[in-house]
Design a protein around this ligand. Sequence first.
Ligand code: SF4
Length: 220
Amino acid sequence: MEAVNIGKLIKSLNPVCGCTVGCSYCYARKINQRFKIIPDFSVPQFMENSIKRIGMRKPTNFLMTSMSDFSDWKESWRREVFDKMRENPQHRYLFLTKRPERISLESDLDTFWMGVTVTSKAEVKRIDDMRKHVRTKHYFVTFEPLFGDVGDVDLDKVDWIVIGTETGNRKGKITSEKEWILHIARQAKKKHIPVFMKDTLLNIVGEDSMLQELPHGFVK
Ligand code: SF4
């Protein structure tokens, strides 16, 4: 089996660059340092030109927050991007946050997918906070980088699960264990939720347990 790289299925479109969360393992900060996109990564900026890509005809799954956290987006930025999304229903738009409690949003857009990142048991509460603070049709949860067994999780209304391990060469890097990954996958399967394991998990879980499923309606 050859595992698919998620980058082939989900394209980054970054209307905002910069983030105030400050994760030690942040890859976006490194990219910004390398390419000098904005002068200070801890001061998020609106990248107006990038939203032109939303107008492209070819249906695409877009991750809108690979260089930011949605909780940092100003209301005016959000409004401009959501107007453009409404005009372009051919795409799927995925947004991620680690601070759902700071967002207050209600959307009837069928193409809007709200997600939270959960890396450990201590962060599972974010899923509840997401359902409470963002009222929308589709939710997903990204367990990446998975740093431990998250225990039993309430996956009510969750339509997609993504699981990944830490990559890169960070000092103290944690590689996810097979049982942590499978514990999440089993809970998702009980609720018939599609599961996507990042290609880097193939060597950990093995071919027989590897799952790479996309939700119905995503561009394949
Ligand atoms: S939330 Fe995402 S973009 Fe922000 S610091 Fe953490 S990893 Fe980087």
